[in-house]
Ligand binder design. Sequence first.
Ligand code: PRP
Length: 205
Amino acid sequence: MVHIIDHPLIKRDLSILRARETPHGVFRATVAHLSTLLVYEASRTLPVLESQIETPLEAMAGYRIDTSVCVVSILRAGLGMVNGVLSHFPDAYEAHLGMYRDEETHKPVPYYKNIPDVIGQCHTFLVDPMLATGGSAVEAVNQLKQAGAQNMSFLCLIAAQAGIDKLHLHHPQLPIITAALDRELDGNAFIRPGLGDAGDRTFGT
Ligand code: PRP
C-alpha cells in the first residue's frame, strides 16, 4: 500500500524543502515538522486499548496505544525524521542502520547496525527522506526482519515509482507513507524534480 498524503501543510513544507535557496537550518526544521505530519497519518492503524478514565465529572472509556514503538533511521538523512516520531511517541525505542548508496552501482553499502532486542514487540517506523531506487529501504527492511521486526511502516518525504515497485516486490505487505511521488529517476538515480541530497541539505555538508 502506498499512501501519498495530500494536505496543504504537507504541500507547503515540501515546497520549502524543494526550493534551492532554503538554508540548512530551515531545511532541518522543516524535515522535522513534515515528519510529524507523516507520523500522524502513519499512526492511524496502530492498535488502541480501551481503559477506564475519570474526567473531573464522571467515568468514561479512554484509550491508549496498545503497542511499543521503535523508530529506525537509515543514516544519515533518516536522522532528520526521528524527532517527528518522538514528538508523538517520546518513549519509543530507537534503532540505527548505517548505509550509503554507492555512486557507481547505486546499491546500498551497509556500515552500521544497532537494533534493540525488543523490536519484535514493537510497531516499527522506518524513516528515510528519499525512496529512489529502493535499494536502501529493501536492505533496511531485510535487516529489521532478520532482527525479528514484524509490524512496520516506511515513511519518506519523496518517492520515485521505481523505489515503490522495488519495495513492493521484496516486501509486499509494507505500508509506504510519503508526502509526494515524484516524476522520475534520472541517469544518476536522483529523484526528479526532487529536493537534492537530503542528507547534505539537512546537515549542511
Ligand atoms: C540517500 C537517501 C536514502 C538513499 C535512497 O542516502 O537518504 O538512504 O540515498 O536511495 P535508494 O532508494 O536508491 O537506495 P545517501 O546514500 O545519500 O546517504 P546519506 O543519507 O548518508 O547522505
